[in-house]
Design a protein around this ligand. Structure first.
Ligand SMILES: [Zn+2]
Ligand SMILES: [Zn+2]
Length: 312
């Protein structure tokens, strides 16, 4: 019950902050992220088909992987190696999630690790609040600039600079592919009951809004609710349900303890889908040199007292 009441309290806090604060109302109304939410309501006009739903599942899965394995574990933490071509693919597909480019993303994320839950942390729900950590900070234009000094290793690739600068292109290319896909299916298989616009609505707008919120949950929820395996000097926690939604990013306390690992779950029961896919890509020769938790981290985990569930 205590668990439920804390969760309800957090939800209430998010909504009261979102709607009572004048600045937040203005930020929300002027943000492309807000507009994306409004446009997603277009599904009520284009209707439903299983084909469009499948498009949503595919675009959600592929982009969550590109963000978790690509933007986070590769671009931000260099947890594995890959070719320049596959690096570009990860950058392009991740940017089609409309969360700006890999350099902007990695720069902000590296800043988060340096100052986790300290005053300087850009999106700490501990220093500020859950609304700010979840979505407020991305609505705030003050964080639009790329902190170049943090991403010198990425800045040397002109193709990554191109993606970051023209971050709208991957977004538009996804919309175009979906529109053509839906229109072709409509022309050749009218029995499917789909259309170009319906594909765009489900495969881009609804999918992107879902991808936003699961990504944002890593910044908000996993610094508030869940278990702390390690006594890190921040409030990061392990949350199994955020891990399910984000293909492994919910094992956030593990991650803060050892951010260099391409695997965030530590044991087989800590499901980390992105890591399993990375292992598959490794067999295909697309990625290599995957870093994992060293034995000393497992040893440290064994030495910890029983994990504390902060939500109960
Ligand atoms: Zn964190
Ligand atoms: Zn990280």
């Amino acid at each position: 019950m205590a668990f439920l009441s804390i969760r309800m309290h957090s939800v209430r806090k998010i909504f009261s902050h979102a709607f009572q604060d004048e600045d937040n109302r203005l930020l929300m109304a002027s943000s492309p992220i807000f507009i994306m939410h409004v446009l997603a309501l277009g599904v009520f006009f284009t209707g439903f088909s299983w084909a469009a739903f499948l498009a949503l599942v595919v675009t959600y899965s592929v982009r969550v992987f590109a963000l978790t394995a690509g933007f986070h574990r590769y671009f931000s933490h260099r947890a594995f190696k890959t070719s320049r071509l596959f690096q570009f693919v990860l950058g392009w597909v991740g940017t089609s999630s409309a969360q700006l480019g890999p350099m902007w993303w990695a720069a902000n994320h590296r800043h988060h690790h340096q100052y986790s839950d300290k005053e300087e942390d850009i999106h700490s729900p501990v220093v500020k609040d859950a609304f700010w950590a979840h979505i407020g900070w991305v609505l705030c234009r003050a964080y639009g600039e790329i902190q170049q000094d943090r991403i010198k290793d990425l800045n040397k690739y002109p193709e990554l600079r191109f993606i970051d600068r023209f971050h709208v292109l991957p977004v538009l290319s996804l919309i175009l592919v979906l529109y053509i896909g839906g229109a072709v299916l409509n022309a050749y298989f009218p029995g499917l009951g789909t259309s170009g616009m319906q594909f765009v609505m489900w495969g881009f707008f609804v999918s992107t809004v879902l991808v936003y919120h699961v990504t944002f949950c890593v910044n908000s929820v996993t610094h508030i609710i869940g278990k702390k395996r390690f006594k890190t000097d921040d409030e990061s926690r392990n949350s199994w349900w955020v891990a399910l939604l984000t293909f492994g990013e919910g094992w956030h306390n593990n991650h803060h303890r050892w951010p260099f690992s391409a695997r965030q779950g530590m044991y087989w029961w800590e499901l980390d889908l992105s890591y399993l896919v990375l292992r598959g890509l490794e067999r295909l020769g697309l990625v290599w040199d995957l870093k994992v938790y060293p034995e000393k981290i497992y040893e440290e985990a064994r030495m910890q007292p029983l994990e504390v569930d902060q939500s109960s």
